[in-house]
Design a protein around this ligand. Structure first.
Ligand code: SAM
Length: 206
């Protein structure tokens, strides 16, 4: 796709009004552990799999829809509130920009975000949002961004934006098909329908 020229300049990020959050501090035990952030984790299947598979990493999983967050929280409690996972009910743009300092995060996950396919809604897609300036400021050198989608146009556009606008390096560009163990509820639904899912991983240049 020759769309590097079509990419519009993305205005600088204006933080949303301050919210009254409990100040985030990594628990002592994880003070020197990698910190990962999942944005829009839905009912929390990925965070639950993740905390078990990564006992030496700390994941903050953020969801702003109340009903989904409550399901996630019930799942968190039924798994004995693992100490390396923090569920947050908030708008991720507000929480992340208020709570995290530059060069502090190892990996951001955006798994099956709403693709906002209408042509006028480009500015609602994560890779074209001013918030991405903040994400990249917070991401450590060599830190990673994983983005998964079932929409080919979203995959292609994300690839273009992350490589040509944000100047990240591509680590993985993988197609997932039925048979792949689903990480999220949306991934499960799409794979069971026989759709192809796309998993992109980028790295911030050192
Ligand atoms: C299509 S769902 C995918 C959920 C989950 N990642 C999955 O794959 O099953 C997208 C989710 O992102 C959440 N979301 C969208 N914008 C958000 C924001 N600014 N802060 C927190 N969550 C957000 C929505 O509430 C929704 O649950």
């Amino acid at each position: 796709m020759d769309s590097a020229k079509k990419i519009k300049n993305i205005r600088s990020f204006t933080p949303p009004p301050k919210e009254d959050y409990v100040k985030f501090v990594l628990p002592n035990r994880f003070a020197s552990s990698p910190l990962d952030i999942e944005i829009g984790c839905g009912v929390g299947l990925h965070p639950i799999q993740f905390f078990k598979a990564n006992p030496d990493r700390f994941l903050v999983a953020i969801e702003h829809t109340k009903e989904k967050f409550e399901k996630f929280q019930r799942r968190f409690i039924s798994h004995d509130q693992p100490s390396n996972l923090l569920p947050i009910h908030a708008n991720a743009i507000s929480w992340v920009s208020q709570q995290l300092s530059p060069n502090s995060v190892d990996h951001f996950y955006f798994l099956y975000p709403n693709p906002n396919p209408k042509s006028g809604d480009l500015n609602k897609r994560w890779y074209a949002m001013p918030f991405m300036h903040k994400v990249l400021e917070i991401l450590k050198q060599d830190g990673k961004i994983t983005l998964a989608t079932n929409e080919k146009f979203y995959h292609d556009e994300a690839l273009d934006y992350f490589l040509n606008h944000w100047k990240l390096d591509l680590v993985e560009d993988k197609e997932l098909q039925i048979g792949f163990k689903p990480r999220t509820h949306f991934e499960k639904k799409y794979l069971e329908r026989g759709e192809t899912c796309y998993n992109l991983v980028f790295s911030k240049r050192t």
